[in-house]
Design a protein around this ligand. Structure first.
Ligand SMILES: NC(=O)c1ccc[n+]([C@@H]2O[C@H](COP(=O)([O-])OP(=O)(O)OC[C@H]3O[C@@H](n4cnc5c(N)ncnc54)[C@H](O)[C@@H]3O)[C@@H](O)[C@H]2O)c1
Length: 460
């Protein structure tokens, strides 16, 4: 089958490369000429494990190509995916679907023979109806069907997720379109991925509801983590204890600095707005947004508490900037609010991320960029682990401690065990646990240890 993928970002490029790998002929189109030139030179504009090899092999087999000319790609295609961005509309939180509508209009002009137009972008309920109206208005003669096929891949595991999805959701009432989608995704039947056929509007809402539920789960365990810290229990044990219940499930029960990224924040805001327009306030999601926003800055207070609330002049090393490991995506990363809060307290911030530094430079000011975790720790008063990159899971703790001015580690992803950190001489704070009391030779308390190890304030 011949396929055009409109929008060659995280979703469009991964989907295009995977669908080409299924054996279809795919042209990935983008209006960003620099991006297309890069791809034509064999370079990958995003950091996604395995993507380089997948793109290279499918280009070599002549199943995958890149273009800026949308008309030509659509004219040849049996199916056209729309995978353009749907960011938050500036100022009001609605999804900005103008790129989807622009793409729809451009597609309409080039339609040639029966074509299935498939919205893969995350769009509010009813967007497919409007796409159909736009296309029909421009091309009353065209033979086409508009389908919703939302994407559930996770950045950092995108290829695996695309090829081994929990389900594929196809929203259409058109039998011919259904057949085309079944043909595109046929290779997935080997992996026994269920295809959920439903109406277009239902498919659109499934995507938002899935993201909203996952964000709620994260926010729930984050609040339970706060309670654990007060009542002296361990949130990881609580999460395991509830997660083993099949009705709940263990995934997305990891406490941390709050959710971020390119999808959850904008999608939840957009869903709340859609619901408000239909006079159905989504109070739980409104609370999720408020709690999550608060939490990112609260993480900076977790650091300042260890310095009696005074961070002026302190050097804080931040390990991990991206919203999750294995991506370079900095969109709405919790590190941004955390670093701003540290800077508001007049701390000096050093940062290191294995992949996100270039993207970070566009959005982060007045920080020192370091070239490794160890140079980030050099002369630091505290290290904050914000993103659980594999590289940060097995740091040489002795080396780290020797480099630091003050051996304080605030682990916002619970990567390390308190006993191990104390053994290496760190003052260690994590999420959702009361710090274990280290054994002091004089039998003193953890608080005394903190006080004893508290470094002198820098000379003003
Ligand atoms: N990133 C994710 O993990 C993820 C996961 C699931 C769903 N989604 C959804 O998929 C959609 C795309 O997300 P993304 O992260 O890939 O976005 P992105 O910003 O990385 O990429 C979008 C691309 O579309 C291009 N584009 C915009 N208008 C165009 C047009 N008219 N013609 C050609 N190209 C055009 C842009 O230049 C850009 O390269 C969004 O709706 C998002 O919510 C994203």
């Amino acid at each position: 089958m011949r396929i055009a993928m409109i929008g060659t970002g995280y979703v469009g490029l991964v989907s295009g490369a995977c669908i080409a790998d299924f054996g279809h002929a795919v042209v990935c189109v983008d209006k960003d000429t620099a991006k297309i030139e890069l791809l034509r030179r064999g370079e990958i504009p995003i950091w996604e494990p395995g993507l380089h090899d997948l793109v290279r092999s499918n280009v070599r087999e002549e199943r995958l190509s890149f273009a800026t000319n949308l008309e030509e790609a659509v004219r040849e295609a049996d199916a056209v995916f729309i995978a353009v961005g749907t960011p938050s509309r500036r100022g009001d939180g609605y999804a900005d679907i103008s790129h989807v509508y622009q793409a729809a209009a451009a597609i309409a002009a080039a339609l040639n023979g029966f074509t299935v137009i498939i919205t893969k972008s995350t769009v509010p309920v009813g967007t497919g109806d409007e796409v159909e109206r736009i296309v029909r208005e421009i091309r009353p003669d065209a033979d086409f069907a508009v389908v919703s096929n939302p994407e559930f891949l996770r950045e950092g595991a995108a290829i695996h997720d695309f090829k081994h999805p929990d389900r594929v959701v196809v929203g259409t009432n058109d039998d011919r379109a259904r057949q085309v989608l079944a043909d595109i995704y046929r290779p997935l039947s080997l992996n026994q991925a269920p295809i959920v056929y439903t109406s277009r509007r239902t498919a659109e809402l499934i995507k938002y509801s899935a993201n909203a539920f996952l964000a709620t789960k994260i926010t729930f365990i984050n609040e339970i983590a706060d309670l654990c810290e007060k009542v002296g229990t361990d949130v990881q044990e609580v999460a395991r204890g509830i997660g083993l219940d099949n009705r709940i499930g263990g995934k997305f029960l990891h406490p941390g600095p709050g959710f971020g990224g390119s999808c959850f924040p904008k999608d939840i805001r957009a869903l709340i707005k859609t619901a408000q327009d239909h006079e159905v306030p989504l109070r739980i999601l409104e609370a999720v947004v408020a709690v999550n926003d608060n939490r990112k800055r609260a993480m900076a207070r977790k650091v300042s508490i260890l310095f009696s609330g005074a961070l002026r002049g302190r050097v804080i090393g931040v390990l991990g900037l991206t919203f999750k490991p294995n991506t370079d995506d900095m969109r709405e990363a919790p590190s941004l609010a955390l670093i701003t809060a540290l800077q508001d307290m007049d701390a000096k911030v050093r940062v290191f991320d294995p992949a996100g530094m270039e993207q970070a430079k566009a959005v982060l000011n007045d920080v020192t960029y370091c070239d490794s975790a160890y140079s980030c720790a050099d002369a630091a008063d505290a290290i904050v682990i914000v993103t659980e990159w594999e590289q940060f899971r097995a740091l040489d703790l002795g080396r780290l401690r020797d480099l630091m001015a003050c051996p304080v580690v605030v682990d916002l992803r619970n990567v390390y065990r308190a006993e191990e950190m104390h053994r290496h001489g760190f003052i260690y704070n994590c999420v959702g646990k009361r710090p274990a009391t280290p054994i002091l030779s004089d039998g003193g308390s953890y608080e005394q240890l903190l006080w004893a190890m508290r470094p002198p304030l820098p000379a003003s």
